[in-house]
Structure formats: C-alpha cells, structure tokens
Design a protein around this ligand. Structure first.
Ligand SMILES: Nc1ncnc2c1ncn2[C@@H]1O[C@H](COP(=O)(O)OP(=O)(O)OP(=O)(O)O)[C@@H](O)[C@H]1O
Ligand SMILES: [Mg+2]
Length: 602
C-alpha cells in the first residue's frame, strides 16, 4: 500500500461535490438557498441547456463584502454559524459552508456581488480569486458554466437537456412554494417558463400547483405548543398516480422523511384509494432545537428529537383537516361568482305532499339517529327504526328556510331540487348546482356513524321475526367462531338448522339493509381470520361492507325532505366528501361553469 498522504484541496472539494452536486438541479437548490439566506426579495434564474451549459442566478440580497468573496468559494467557510449552539438552532438554509466550494470544483464559477453600502461590485472566479471591480446595482449574481467539464465520468451521468431542466423546474417550484413573500422568475434557453410575484401562500400554491389543486383542497391549520402545521391538502378526487405533488417542509426546508411520510399516509388511509397518491403542500414549523437538519449534506433528511410527538401532531392535524365537514372548507369554490339563493316562496307541490303524507315516503332517512346532527332531527316513521317519531314526523332542517340571507353559511350543500334517474340528487347552493351521488354519500355517512358504534355499544335493533336464510357449512362455522365479534357489532346470529342461520338483531343504523346479503358479505370477510384479531385488524373493511349494504340503493325515489336531510347529514359528517373507496360523493358546478356551458356572456 502507498504511504498515507493528504488529499489536495480541489480533490477534497470534488469528493464533497459528489454528495452536494448531483446534477444542475442540486446546484440550483444550493444557489437559491443562498439567495434566500441573503434576505433577497426577488430572485431570477436563467438556464441554458437544462442548466448544464449555464446556470445563472441573480438576487437582490445583502451581497458579499469584497474581502469575503474569495472565502465564499472556500470549503468550511460560512457566515451563517460560528458555534455548536448556532448549529443546533440554525435558522438559515445553509450552514455547512461547502456548497460554493463544491460547485466551484466541478464547474466554471463566477461570483459577482455588491454588498449593501459598497461603492461598486466585485467579482471572483473559481480560478481568479483576487477580486476585480465589476458592475452590478445590488445583490449577487452567480454564474455556473459547463458542469462537470473537469470530471467527465460524472458528466456521463447527466441526462437529456429536457430531463435536467425538469429537475431544475422541480427544485425551483419546491423552493418558491415555501417563500411566497419572495418574487421568482425561471427561464430556460432565453424563454421565461415561470414568473411568480411575491404574495400570500394561497396565491403561490395556486400559481405553482394550479387551480385544479386549489379547487380540491382543504386548508390545514393545526397548532400545539411550539408546533404548527399549515398549508393545503388535496382531497382524494385530486389524488395522483405518482408522488410529484407532495411538498412537505420543516421550518421552510423541503424534506423527505420516513416518519412524516408515514404520518401523512395514515391520515389519508381512510379516504384514499390504495394505488393513488395524495397531493399536499404542508409546512411544519417548530423550534429548530427540536430537529436536526445536519443529517446529510443535501439536507433533505432530518431527525426529530421527539419523533413520536411529531408523528401524532402531523397525523391528527392533517386528519382533522381532511375530515372537516363541508362548511369548514376554507378554499371557497369560485367565491367571486357566489349568488344569493332567491327567497323561498312557500312549499312546492312536492314538498307539500311530503308534509301532509309522511307515510307516503318510500324511503326513511335514518342515518345518524339524530345523535351526530342535533340540529337536524329527521323523519323516523320507518318500520324498522328504533327512534320514536319526532313531533310532526318531519325533519325541520329538511324544510327550506323562509329566506336565505347567506346560502353558503346555512347550508353549504344547498337545498335539493330533484333527483335524476334514481342515482343523483340535484341541489342549489350559493355557488350554483350541487350534484350528489346519493348511494356513495349515504355509504360514507353510515361508515362514519358505524365507526362510533364500534367504539361504544351499538344501537341494536331486534327483529320481531328473526331473519332466517340458507348458509353454507363454512358460513355456519364462521358465524359460530365469530359470534362474539358479530354481537359486538350488533348482530345476534346463530345456527337455525344444519344449513340455516337466524339473525335476531342488526345494528340500528343498518335497519334498512337486506339482512341475508349483509351477513353473507360479512361472513366472507371474517372467514380465515382468527377471531381475536378481527375487530382490530379488519375493522374498517368490515365497516365498509356494512355501510355499503346499509346505504340507500340506486333507483330509490326520495322526497325533497329526504334529499335535504341527506345533504344536511353530509354537512355534519366527517369525510363526507368521498365515499369509502375514495370516489367523490358530490361535486359542484358553479354558475360560471353553467354559464360557460351555454356560452352566456361570451
Ligand atoms: N447569494 C448570496 N448572497 C449573499 N451571500 C452569499 C450568497 N451566496 C453565498 N453567500 C455567502 O457565501 C457563503 C458560502 O456559501 P455556501 O453556500 O458555500 O455555504 P453556506 O450557505 O454557508 O452553507 P451550505 O454549504 O450549507 O450551503 C455563505 O455563508 C454566504 O455568506
Ligand atoms: Mg449555501
């Protein structure tokens, strides 16, 4: 073996560059972060050939003093920390003092800067470290050319111009999302591709992720002690086939962290279809002392001092926002076009009929049994309902109120006007037309209500005459093995013969379900599962099966009061915006969209 010797400075930097400068996009990340650390209000990026040929960034930050310029290109030279205490409470993006040194070791690099108060600017390059006078109004311009010109092995790993530009664009958006207070511009081969004016967070998110994202998302705000979670999370209707609309920041720094990813996935687990990926822009702000950002040179990994607490906080904060009933949605659909709902002019033919002849209703709305929606008592004249009929037997909330000064506040989903082909409910709200998939919506409501049932003692409905149906041998065995689980869910099931099962009670919420179908489905779910594990492990699948069977079927004629009761229940139910399979339960067609259909005002 040769003798041990010290490596030359340039080689040391090139080795470091292997970790920090993977491709043009990583150069861009480092330079953008430097500009932000310098307090810039406007940052301009110009790329040539995907950033490989040239990457130029100009800012209006504090600049670098003449005598510091050469130092800025040296390894382990930084203005951002001076001690271990500083490191542990670091508030800047950079602190390692190695990015510029690494970049300058693998690309031609030129730094021109004018420190605040300086008479003119100065310039250094990776070769010429003695500053020379230069012209620049303010701030700093850094030009990086011919990336990897001196390390051909690395250059080979660069991809096509389009791919490298794509990565640069990603990095640019990522950083721009976190700093809506700063103006940004990105251009490629002389053409501006993205221009973002300084503004507020919502505007920035809309400009970077688009109207579609904004229309499908919930505002998130959670706070606990020094922890704060803010931002926007899309509902499943906007879910993607990949992860590229996922932005999570810790103290303004974009990170990919296993613990956080797990918490986010859990928060979406209940509403998102398995193969889809959620979309979100979320900012976790916390005491910098509680998180270690010095885990990897690229700083996209972090280590939390209190991982469990952070996990819980993020999970609950996001779950709550996603579950919030409709009226809590903070991002109003097309608010500019909101219209007043005309004053109610007395019952229509149809509602009057329903008022006078409640018994004529073919379908009884009994979801919730009043418990979750104290303001919306509803008709309980169904043959199978346990709840005593209310005075008048008519749901108060189902009646359109005499006038609607503010339609959105009272009934976000509006008031029903009719039903289409026994599948969709049409309603009018402040923004226009609301379309509801009534089976999907009812299924979701039942699912949420059943959850509460499993957590406590189920409201049970005893059947006057037990429902007896044919069952296979395996079904009989399953029913026997899981008798206790079934009882906990509200089903009193026992063998009634060698090939028959008898059901004596069902959960009150499922009074309308076809008992035999429901039991066949449940027993199929329970089969092959140890009784001890079933409730814990399959709880949600069981609930989903029950909800699906209990929910109102298509082709059922609803009265207007029943439809309105459904709308009110949706508003009061957590996660009512999507069914258990992650499909939306309702959608809004705004007046603008309706107008567009008829080319009104064009
Ligand atoms: N755009 C800029 N405006 C003002 N000062 C800058 C700018 N870019 C770099 N500097 C100065 O140069 C120093 C070195 O930058 P460099 O990116 O190499 O290290 P750092 O940001 O301190 O740490 P890190 O390696 O973690 O990024 C910075 O500490 C800062 O003082
Ligand atoms: Mg830096």
């Amino acid at each position: 073996m040769p003798a041990i010797h010290k490596l030359p400075e340039v080689l040391i930097n090139q080795i470091a560059a292997g970790e920090v400068v993977e491709r043009p996009a990583s150069v861009l990340k480092e330079l953008l972060e430097n500009s932000l650390d310098a307090g810039s209000r406007a940052v301009e990026v110009a790329l040539l050939q995907g950033g490989v040929k040239q990457l130029r960034i100009s800012d209006d930050g504090c600049g670098i003093e003449r005598d510091d310029l050469a130092l800025a290109l040296e390894r382990h030279a930084t203005s951002k920390i001076a001690s271990l205490e500083d490191l542990e409470a670091v508030g800047t993006m950079g602190f390692r003092g190695e990015a510029l040194a690494a970049i300058a070791s693998v690309a031609r690099t030129r730094v021109t800067s004018r420190a605040t108060g300086a008479a003119h600017a100065w310039r250094v390059t990776e070769r010429e470290r003695e500053p020379v006078p230069a012209a620049l109004n303010a701030g700093t311009v850094i030009e990086v050319e011919d990336l990897y010109y001196n390390t051909p092995a690395r250059r080979k790993f660069l991809k096509s111009e389009g791919t490298e530009f794509g990565h640069c664009d990603d990095v640019f958006r990522r950083i721009a999302l976190a700093r809506p207070d700063v103006g940004f511009q990105l251009s490629h081969n002389g053409r501006v591709s993205l221009r973002l004016a300084a503004g507020d967070a919502q505007r920035r998110v809309r400009e970077v992720l688009g109207d579609d994202f904004m229309a499908h998302c919930r505002a998130v705000t959670a706070e606990s002690g020094a922890l704060r979670l803010t931002g926007f999370a899309a509902l499943p209707a906007y879910a993607r086939a990949n992860r590229d609309a996922q932005f999570f920041y810790v103290n303004g720094r974009f990170v990919r962290d296993k613990l956080i990813q797990h918490a986010l996935r859990e928060a979406y687990a209940d509403i998102l279809h398995g193969a889809r990926h959620p979309a979100f822009v979320l900012f976790l702000d916390m005491d910098p002392a509680g998180v270690d950002v010095n885990v990897h040179p690229a700083k996209t990994e972090v280590r939390f001092r209190e991982g469990r607490a952070i996990h819980q906080f993020v999970f609950h904060g996001l779950s709550r926002a996603l579950a919030a009933p409709v009226q809590a949605a903070a991002v109003p659909p097309d608010a500019s076009r909101a219209v007043e709902i005309p004053a109610y002019a007395g019952p229509t033919e149809q509602t009057r009929l329903a008022v006078e002849e409640p018994a004529a209703a073919r379908f009884t709305w009994q979801g919730g049994a009043g418990a979750s929606t104290p303001t919306a008592p509803r008709a309980s004249h169904g043959a199978w309902s346990d709840a005593p009929p209310r005075a008048g037997g008519f749901p108060a909330a189902a009646m359109p109120p005499p006038a609607l000064p503010d339609g959105a506040a009272g009934a976000p989903l509006g008031y029903a006007v009719g039903q289409i082909h026994g599948v969709y409910v049409l309603a009018q709200n402040a923004h226009g037309l609301v379309l509801v998939d009534m089976h999907a919506a009812h299924e979701r409501i039942l699912y949420e209500q059943l959850k509460h049932v499993l957590d406590g003692t189920p409201g049970v409905q005893r059947l006057l005459i037990p429902a007896v149906f044919n069952a296979s041998r395996i079904e009989l065995a399953t029913a026997e093995e899981h008798a206790e689980t079934l009882l906990r869910m509200g089903f009193d099931v026992a063998a009634a013969g060698p090939a028959e099962l008898a059901v004596r009670s069902v959960p009150a919420l499922l009074g309308r379900a076809n008992v035999a179908d429901l039991l066949h489905a449940l027993l199929a779910e329970l089969r092959d599962f140890p009784a001890s594990e079933v409730i814990a492990a399959r709880r949600n699948e069981l609930l989903a099966t029950m909800a699906c069977h209990g929910a109102v079927r298509a082709n059922r004629q609803l009265t207007l009061p029943e439809m309105n009761a459904l709308l009110r229940d949706m508003e009061a139910t957590e996660r009512a915006d999507q069914c258990n399979h992650g499909r939306p339960t309702w959608t809004q067609l705004s007046m603008t969209e309706l107008d567009r259909l008829f080319m009104r005002g064009q």
